[in-house]
Design a protein. Structure first.
Lengths: 109, 156
């Protein structure tokens, strides 16, 4: 779950966001991602590493090349948190509904 | 380049042994009786969240020192069947008026009980707000604290 914090942190950097956005249309090798960006290729690799640690992108080897692609589970970290939030909140809600419903019934009896 | 990552809405259903009107009442007017006190925005301790019972009403938290912090708004007020709330909190639990995500809650009578269906949608907006989010100092009631809370709960 610490992942969620990392997602927002990783996307904060504008260059890193540009790197990330280059993957929106599909998997790309590092050389292609770096093309046209005003930073060196090692810098792009560094950004990709941060994005990978945040769970935003994934990579695989293809011969000597490394291909990067968006990992949809990245933004999902935030969703996972909300999912848990509502599970816990609704459980507490249900407990309160049933507790107070019983009390109401007792009062009527 | 209009491709956008769109996280699926969070959907939850729960069945409660209580009539529909009671479930609706507890969810809205009684939100302060079940909302975890740790989930708060302001620096002071949380008294309770308040949902104003009308379309366009405020959804805010009232703190023990009398201060108020916005959570969002009421988009649809249709008791006892349905309420749509606008959730304007970032994942770090700070209010952002330009962030508009919807929480729709439907109450359906089933036998002697009520099925409650909750959907929290438009979550991709939170991704778009990533920048603004990072500029906000993460307070003690913010996301890290919540994550810790969930981690603690999970141990029980």
């Amino acid at each position: 779950m610490a992942n969620a914090e990392r997602v927002f942190s990783a996307l904060h950097d504008p260059t890193r966001r540009a790197v990330f956005e280059r993957l929106r249309d599909g998997p790309r090798p590092v050389s292609e991602i770096a093309r046209g960006l005003p930073v060196s290729r090692p810098a792009v690799s560094q950004h990709l590493k941060v994005l990978k640690e945040a769970g935003l992108v994934d990579d695989r080897s293809e011969g000597t090349r490394r291909i990067y692609q968006i990992d949809p589970k990245g933004l999902g970290a935030m969703r996972a948190w909300l999912d848990q939030f509502w599970t816990a909140a609704l459980d507490a809600f249900a407990a309160e509904v049933e507790r107070s419903a019983k009390n109401e019934k007792k009062e009527k009896e | 380049m209009s491709t956008q990552i769109r996280p699926a809405p969070v959907r939850k259903s729960i069945f409660v042994n209580a009539p529909q009107h009671h479930a609706f009442e507890v969810f809205t007017a009684g939100i302060g009786r079940w909302w975890p006190k740790t989930h708060k925005i302001g620096p002071a301790d949380l008294d309770r969240p308040i949902i104003e019972p009308r379309e366009g009403g405020r959804w805010y938290e009232l703190d023990v020192d009398g201060s108020e912090c916005e959570i969002g708004k009421v988009a649809v007020w249709d008791p006892p069947a349905r309420v749509v709330l606008i959730w304007q909190l970032t994942p770090e639990f700070t209010y952002d008026p330009s962030l508009i995500t919807e929480v729709e809650v439907q109450f359906t009578a089933e036998g002697e009980g009520t099925r409650v269906d909750l959907e929290h949608r438009d979550l991709e907006q939170m991704g778009e707000k990533a920048d603004a989010m990072r500029e906000t100092v993460s307070g003690p009631g913010g996301w890290p604290a919540l994550l810790q809370l969930f981690a603690d709960e999970a141990k029980i």
